[in-house]
Design a protein around this ligand. Structure first.
Ligand SMILES: *Cc1c(COP(=O)(O)O)cnc(C)c1O
Length: 393
């Protein structure tokens, strides 16, 4: 694949594995094993069976008629919100738990922002009967309380991350610390296309089911497997990478990645990484991240916990730098309005993360025959409190 990872774990200048010495054996084991394991027919059969019968795949590709009318193009929603546990995160969690089992691991750790990855991980750990510890920023635990309860109900231990901005970046640091302390029996299920190689490639492969299905579904619906536009929101970038993956080499398909501008890109309260960031190393890979002049990570801000991250995955940094995908951003207000619009035009309450992608439709110009696919990365149940407070219902 032209835009895929090279043998050294890089996408152009980005990627690699910048890790402390003590993580080296874990990462080396993964690097040696991951492709062998996931290309194994028995693994594939088990993965596909769980996706179908447990997650409920394929997820529908829904032709959103009222959206199409409003925006003057054929708008399709790829319904990852209908997956078991309510987002795309379960595609990756199932893949990684099956991998962890084959590596003989007895304990799973994860970080989570919105709680969706934590819930997906706690779910698959319950399914497999494996111990699960989830790190979550203290602030995220408060704003995503229903997901904290869900994880506990599923039998996971949730540990608050109390440092820094008490959000996703800090939870990721805590999880990495745990992994260093427990290198032999523990697998770390990273929830996005971030982290040291091979994680970005591994997670992208597990999420690529999204675009694989979309191509087939589009061919059936429109007679052409290629749309004009593919759009998704970007926190670390896993739903976007899954949505882009099988379109990357189709150069005529325009890829639009929507980041969180928070209160505005120049407000000092933002998570618009490509706009505000520079190249550097974050959580084990060389990428683009928000940092001060002397290289300290800048605390990100977004109303949506899943997009509140100061970096993006290295493959996104690469696609941004070479202009294969367009990176844009949407403010809190614009996203919340889009969430309301989608609820009232299509009867679908989207996650606030997803609402960022939907909001960008307002800023695009379409031809009337354009086919546009948007990844509906998750459902809005977890965000009802935030929506309700904002709209004052
Ligand atoms: C976690 C999450 C995101 C952001 O993560 P990516 O890795 O960028 O996909 C987006 N939407 C939902 C619903 C999420 O749960």
């Amino acid at each position: 694949m032209k835009y895929g990872v090279n043998d050294l774990g890089y996408y152009g200048d980005f990627g690699g594995a910048y890790i402390p010495e003590m993580l080296y054996p874990n990462i080396e084991e993964l690097r040696e094993q991951y492709l062998k394991i996931i290309d194994d027919p028995a693994f594939k059969a088990e993965y596909d069976d769980l996706l179908k019968n447990y997650v409920g795949r394929p997820s529908p590709l829904y032709h959103a008629k009222r959206y199409s009318e409003k925006y003057g193009a054929n708008i399709f929603f790829k319904r990852e919100d209908l997956n078991h546990t309510g987002s795309h995160k379960i595609n990756n969690a199932i893949g990684q738990i099956l991998l962890a089992k084959r590596l003989g691991k007895k304990r799973i750790i994860a970080e989570t922002g919105a709680g969706q990855h934590g819930v997906a991980t706690a779910t698959v750990c319950a399914l497999m009967g494996i111990e699960c510890v989830v790190y979550m920023g203290e602030i995220d635990m408060a704003r995503q309380a229903p997901n904290v309860s869900r994880m506990k109900m599923l039998g996971a231990t949730v540990i608050p991350a109390m440092s820094g901005s008490k959000t996703l970046k800090d939870a990721t640091n805590e999880a990495l610390r745990d992994w260093i302390a427990n290198p032999v029996d523990t697998h770390y299920i990273i929830g996005s296309v971030v982290g040291p190689y091979p994680y970005p490639d591994m997670v992208a492969r597990f999420q690529s089911i999204i675009s694989l299905e979309t191509k087939k579904q589009l061919l059936e619906e429109t007679g052409n497997e290629l749309p004009q536009y593919v759009m998704a929101c970007v926190g670390g970038g896993s739903n976007a990478m899954g949505m882009f993956y099988h379109f990357l080499d189709d150069e005529n398909v325009k890829l639009v990645a929507v980041e969180a501008a928070g209160k505005g890109v120049d407000s000092g309260h933002s998570a618009a990484t490509t706009f505000l960031g520079r190249e550097g190393v974050l959580h084990g890979s060389r990428t683009i991240l928000m940092q001060t002049d002397d290289g300290q990570v800048v605390e990100p801000y977004s109303i949506s916990a899943g997009l509140d991250y100061p970096g993006i995955g290295p493959q996104h940094a690469y696609l941004y730098k070479i202009n294969r995908a367009q990176y844009v951003s949407i403010t809190d207000d614009e996203a919340l309005q889009a969430g309301l619009l989608c609820s009232q035009l299509e009867g679908i309450i989207p996650a606030i993360e997803t609402a960022h992608a939907l909001a960008y439709l307002e800023k695009m110009q379409f031809k009337k025959d354009d086919n546009v696919v948007i990844c509906i990365s998750g459902r809005g149940d977890k965000d009802l409190d935030t929506y309700i407070k904002y709209f004052g219902y």
